[in-house]
Design a protein. Structure first.
Length: 251
């Protein structure tokens, strides 16, 4: 019987690549995001590979999250894998110059969004007595860097919540894993720098950054371990990256 995975933030980057990888591993997919046309395009692309159910909501709006997931048709509620991926950095500024709007966006999306989606999906997993939640953290959830303040704090929170979820859910049969990437070339920096493509491209110049597919491969590996194995936390970096701020651009 084919399994069901729900991937948040599947319109771009890591989430999209994860959806494609899980489809190839035989999962039926619930893909979420705010950009309807991109979800439909993904559905088209995976036609003939698997069944895809697009679900449009903003993870910041708890009523929208609850409504969308509670309205899943019968047969789509048996979610085996939840990939809590939706998230972004907004801005890169010293704390004394930070924008309150950027702070709200990061805290609301990266922390509260992850909580809202998990709160709606966990009851389905509990009913089954099994499930696997993959939270996308970051190296920024392990080390802070200059001007990363609130984004780093949001990812430190994802780290704390992943550990806490693993403890609280231990009796339920639900596994919790945390994937902490370093620099991955996606739309991430374009969002961080508010559409400045040139500045965004500069982040990935001079070395081979990770690609979204590298993270997707890792997630597919994590969810394909036998039932008694949980890869609880994995950090994945480009070979050229040693820490949040040390990148060898001469490799
Ligand atoms: P992208 O910008 O390419 O993708 C972000 C995804 O999140 C999009 O699908 C977007 O969908 C979704 N999203 C953002 N805001 C919302 C919202 N309010 N409601 C619903 N969905 C939302 O970035 P990445 O793929 O790189 O990022 C994915 C995750 O990986 C994030 O959690 C990020 O913090 C993390 N990460 C990224 C790294 C990197 O270097 N790229 C490194 C470490 C971690 P839409 O806009 O359609 O709503
Ligand atoms: C994304 C990686 O180093 O830009 O989480 O914060 S970093």
């Amino acid at each position: 019987m084919s399994k069901i995975a729900l991937v948040t933030g599947a319109t771009s980057g890591i989430g999209r690549a994860t959806a494609v990888a899980l489809a190839k591993h035989g999962y039926q997919l619930i893909v979420t995001g705010r950009r309807k046309e991109r979800l439909e395009e993904l559905q088209q692309e995976l036609q003939g590979v698997t069944t895809v159910l697009p679900l449009l909501f903003d993870v910041r709006i708890k009523e929208a999250v609850q409504f969308a997931i509670a309205s899943l048709p019968q047969g789509w509620q048996q979610i085996d894998v939840l990939v809590n991926n939706a998230g972004n950095a907004h801005g890169l500024a010293p704390i004394q110059e930070g924008s309150l709007e950027d702070w709200d966006a990061m805290l609301d999306i990266n922390i509260k969004g992850l909580l809202y989606v998990s709160h709606s999906v966990i009851p389905f997993m509990q009913q089954q007595g099994r499930g696997h939640i993959i939270n996308i953290g970051s190296i920024a959830g392990k080390e802070v860097y200059a001007n990363g303040n609130v984004y780093c704090a949001s990812k430190f929170a994802v780290d704390a919540l992943s550990k806490a979820m693993r403890i609280d859910l231990i009796q339920t049969g639900i596994k919790v894993s945390e994937v902490n990437p370093g620099l991955v070339e996606t739309e991430f920096s374009e969002v961080r720098f508010k559409g400045d493509k040139e500045r965004a491209a500069g982040v990935y110049q001079g070395y081979q950054a990770l690609q979204a597919e590298d993270i997707a491969d890792l997630i597919a590996f994590i969810v394909s371990r036998p039932p008694h194995v949980n890869l609880a936390e994995v950090m994945i970096l480009p070979a050229a990256q040693a820490s949040a701020t040390v990148v060898n651009k001469n490799l």
